[in-house]
Design a protein around this ligand. Sequence first.
Ligand code: NBG
Length: 871
Amino acid sequence: MGHLHHPGGASGWGRPGEGLPGRGRLPAEGGRLGAEAGGRRGGGGSSRDDVRTGLSAGALKRAFQDNLFYSLGRFVDVATPNDRYLALALTVRDRLLERWVRTAESYYRRRARTVCYLSAEYLLGPHLGNNLVTLGIWNEARRAMEELGLDLDALLEREEEPGLGNGGLGRLAACFMDSLATLAIPAIGYGIRYEFGIFDQAIRDGWQVEVTDKWLQFGNPWETPRPEIALEVKLGGRTEPGRDEAGRYRVRWVPDRVVRGIAYDTPIPGFRVGNANLLRLWKAEAAESFDFQAFNVGDYYGAVEEKVASETISKVLYPNDEPRAGRRLRLQQQYFFVSCALQDMVRIHLQSARDLTGFHSKYAVQLNDTHPSVAVAELMRLLVDEHGLDWEPAWGITRQTFAYTNHTLLPEALETWPVALFGAVLPRHLEIVYEINRRFLDDVRRVCPGDEERARRLSLIDERGERSVRMAHLACVGSHAINGVAALHTELLKRDVLRDFHELWPEKFFNVTNGVTPRRFMALINPGLTRLLTEAIGEGWVRDLDELRRLEPLAEDAAFRAEWRRVKGQNKEALAREIERRAGVKVDPASLFDVQVKRIHEYKRQHLNVLHVVSLYRRLKRDPGLDLVPRTVLFAGKAAPGYLLAKLIIKLIHSVAEVVNVDPEVRGRLRVAFLPDYNVKNCRRIFPGADLSEQISTAGKEASGTGNMKFALNGALTIGTLDGANVEIREAVGPENFFLFGLTADEVQSRLAAGYRPRGHYEADAELRGVLDALVSGELSRGDGELFRPLVEGLLDHDPFLVLADYRAYVDCQTEVDRAWRDTEGWTRASILNVARMGRFSSDRAIREYCRDIWHVEPLPVAIEPARPPS
Ligand code: NBG
């Protein structure tokens, strides 16, 4: 994609590496060049241009003052910290707008085939810092703020992140938006503008407490509301069959409620390119016509209630891992945003096309998991009921439009909706699902005559027990491509979860291994490493992560290794300060930082990690002279509010920390800490400061993982199972640079099939027995022997995730880690090689694969000259 490269400094956007955090601290540099280039460009026109578009420190400073005064109605002396944050954010946003508007114009004029990413979650993280990196004005912004007596870091700290997602799936959507823009792919992200995102996690007495996430409380400078882009969404009611003027069979949907979706738009700029794509999130409001109706008949309060009920739809993000029963609102949310998105696509398409027969050539729509899969039925409804197409052509268009990404192998996470609930919320869609199913099963019976069992397994309706709609089946049938998110995951999908579909349509299956954006997860959060890499191999790696390969020879360079350690050391000091500030635990930056951060879940096995910590503690107590590598074991992650065992694991971590961290006998050898409220903002010290990355899920359970990539890209070595993308990471970095342990996915399956008896491990392994006994002895829980009993008994009697089966291998592998850590040079070499060989795990590579194999879209680079604002 060489043509995507713009000609560097000559473009006037500053040199490509200019403005990366940390660059300004290079001795031979002060960012002057970039500032002058920016100043020339921005300052070329009237002062109005300058204040909206200028990229020099001077222009940014003037713009800041201008925004403070004219947008916020404040002057410097009385401005609050939030005012200052907003003034800088608006200043940066102004600079995105020219790209954004030009991009939209250019896509429109060129009628580009557009990727529409449908996702119920976007875990974006703070915008300000990322946009400074993207625009290349980090140093200029810092200088502008300094000249005003302000500290850029303090302003960055003010931003409340839009936490519109639970974890990996939502963050992947955000990384993909970044890569789509950077690769100049015409794309729109569609989702929900939740008023409350994922809850904030507070810790009280070692327990998780959920706090409402009021991210919009102080305003959101990055979004533009579009009250005129308002689309009606029907809910409930009944259907009426009938005939149209031409005598054709038509169904009318008579809803009992109508809500309105309002578009809120956020620009997603690509890294150092002219493209800035659109993220369009929908907010639910009452449909006016309904208000007035009630008002006219005198039911004013009824109308208000209606309004409140409508607005509820985009109120709150559902935490995952919660029981799904009866969550009508969740289904309404899913349908709401999907219907808005598809109506919006239809609206845009009809601006330049006569009808919808070419819809699938205009759009490639990706279903991010099953959450948006009702889109299959909704597009059929729009095409057939609203736009008068016949079923057959409509079905052809639908199947060519959609592609589906599966993100989980856990059977309990595969979405189904009780038929009764589905029909009550979406009566017309239930009919459409039945019709899709009838035709689909006819085909199945034609291909496999007499195989009724197969038809039952493939059916969109699960007839066992309470009848329910299988959303993954709807997504598979309605899509032309189905993909898993790591090689192993895709193989297991084909073999188990979606086996029947794979037998039917092997050509529909693809693997696209996940990736992460190096802009946010390296350049932004790790300025020290960014500077070192850029000095060593230039700045090309930020857009082309395979360039990291060029580091390989440097692994043999002792001076470079020393530099590498110095950078890691500084990052560990910063993390240590953060741990002390936010968890109240003082840790030694020289110790091995052993880190597990992710949602708390039994399959991710944070409790296996805790068993190791307790093992180390007991070894040290038994033999105070033991020569153990000093370790700091760090955890972070949220538990679903209703997932009691996950919450108990958080309590367990705190309880163990409470005992270990005050015990003088292990002082300086072992520390445990839990950082509260893990989110995109709070990860910024964690990945750069980690030595060891814990990726220890039960093999066959983690679809991919993306945290594993963020750690390795920041120079941590991985201890992990052969699960998800770990398999490919290990292949890439070399097995000698990866700590592997545990059962394979096949071994896990056969263990369970053979009748796994976890208690056998307890009986056979004295150390394990000692650890589990300690957990129920009360010695780790202020004398309360009952507190952790449910956890321990669960492990002894069931242990569905084979914690006890993998315990010995894990603990022994950690001894290997200790041995490797003592060889400082060897560890550093492995750390460098990890980074050098991780290029494949950029989300840019993932997006290129989607474009090539699934979407068939081409880049459409937007010219990088700034548009003159209309005068
Ligand atoms: C998650 C998987 C992760 C994977 C992300 C992104 C869901 C349903 N799935 O392993 O658990 O990395 O998706 O693909 O959140």
